[in-house]
Ligand binder design. Sequence first.
Ligand SMILES: Cc1cc2nc3c(=O)[nH]c(=O)nc-3n(C[C@H](O)[C@H](O)[C@H](O)COP(=O)(O)OP(=O)(O)OC[C@H]3O[C@@H](n4cnc5c(N)ncnc54)[C@H](O)[C@@H]3O)c2cc1C
Length: 407
Amino acid sequence: MTERTDILIVGGGLVGASLALALDAAGRAATLLEAQPVRVPAIASGAAGDDNDRNLVLARASVNALRALAVWPLLDAAAGTIRRVEVSRAGEFGRVRLAAADAGVDTLGRVVPGRVLGAALEQRLAACRQVRRVDSARLVALSTTEAGWRARIATAAGERDIDARLVVGADGSDSLVRAQVGIAAQEHDYAQGLFVCTVACERDIPDCAFERFSDEGPVALLPLPNGRRGLVLTVAAERHDAVATMDDAAFVALAQQRFGWKLGKLSRPGRRFPHRIRRVLADAITAPRAVLVGNAAQTLHPIGAQGFNLGLRDALTLAELIADVDDPGASTLLGEYAVRRAPDRDGVLAFSHGLSALACLAQPSLAPLRSLAMLALDRVPPLRHAVARRGMGFRGAPPAATLDRGP
Ligand SMILES: Cc1cc2nc3c(=O)[nH]c(=O)nc-3n(C[C@H](O)[C@H](O)[C@H](O)COP(=O)(O)OP(=O)(O)OC[C@H]3O[C@@H](n4cnc5c(N)ncnc54)[C@H](O)[C@@H]3O)c2cc1C
C-alpha cells in the first residue's frame, strides 16, 4: 500500500531540516526525505571551524529564529560574534563600517561552522515527534495524483511511493523537485571559485568581520572563537586549479596579499575547502501543491552571506502559513507564500548580485563611484542604519520567529 503524508519535504540539508523543526514546533506532521544517511556528529568536533567547508554568517534574524527553534543553545559556544562589519576595496579610498550600536542592537549577527549548525539541527530533529525521517532515500520521480503528488523514492531495499498533499523542494541547487513540478531555472556562472579555511591572525580586532574586494573578487575574514578566523578567498575560475594545488605557505601569502595587513600576519591555515560559484534562480517558487525553499529556490553568490539566511526565512514563512490550516497545499496558501517571499527574495538577490558585480569587476571607470558610494554610506547614519537592518535579515514581512524579543 502507498504511504501517505500531509507534507513531504525533499532534502534534509540546513533549510529542509529547519523547516521540519518549525513544522514540528507548530504541531504539523511531515515526512523529511534525505538522500544521504543520517549522521549526528558531535557538536564539539567542529567548534574551531577547522574542519568545515564553510563558516556561515548568521544574520540577527536567523539567530533569533534558531533560538525560537531551541537550536541556538547547542551552537552558542561554537559561534563567533559580529558587532562590527568593515567593507573596503583594495586601492580605493572609501570604506563602509557598520556597527551594532548604530542599529541599536548588541550584535549584528554570529558566525557558526557549517558542520556545527548541521549537527545541532540533527540533534533537535532526533527529538521531534511529528516529523518522520526517511534517510538514505532519494526522490527519483514525482507524478500527480488527485490529492497532490506521488513521490517515487529509491532506497537500498528498492523503490517505493509516498503520496503527499504538499511537496516541498528543499533539495538544493540542482533540485529534482523543481524540474519534476515544471519550474525552470536560470543559471549564471560568475567565473569565480572560492576557498574556505580558518587562519590565525597576529592582531585581533574583536567581534569585527572584514570583507575586502579586489579585481579578482572578495576576501573575507570572519570572527570565530578560540582566536581563529574563517577565511573566504575568491579567485578567478581560471586560477582555481592552480590555487587548489598551492602549499599552505603560498596560499596564506596569496590571502595576505589580497586582504592586506589590517590584522597583522596571517598564519596556521586549517584544512582548505574549494567551491565553484554559480547563481541558480527558479523562475517561480510555487507550482500546484509544490513549493521551493532554500537553494532549490535560489542559489546565491556567497559574497553577501545570505543563502542560508534567506532559505531559513523561506522555511519559517511557509511553516507559519501552514501552522493552522487544514490543507497545506491549498493554492491560496501557496499564493500567499509567493507574495510574502517576493520583497525579501528580490531584495537579497539584487543585493548579492549587484554587490558581486560592483565590487568585483575590474572597471577603472567604476572606481570613483564605488569609493564615493562607500564613503557616503559610511558618513550617513540613516543609510547605514537601513543597510544594517537589511543585513540583519529584517526585510519585507519577516516571519515572526525571526523578530527581536524583549529581554
Ligand atoms: C562557501 C560558502 C559560504 C557560504 N556562506 C554563507 C553564509 O555566510 N551565510 C549564509 O546564509 N549562507 C551562506 N552560504 C549559503 C548556504 O550554505 C546555503 O544557502 C545553504 O546551505 C543551502 O541549504 P539547502 O538546505 O537549501 O540546500 P543544500 O545544503 O544543498 O541541501 C539539499 C539537501 O537535499 C538533499 N537532496 C538533494 N537531492 C535529493 C533527492 N533527489 N532526494 C532526497 N534528497 C535530496 C541533499 O542530499 C542535501 O542534503 C554559503 C555557501 C557557500 C558555498
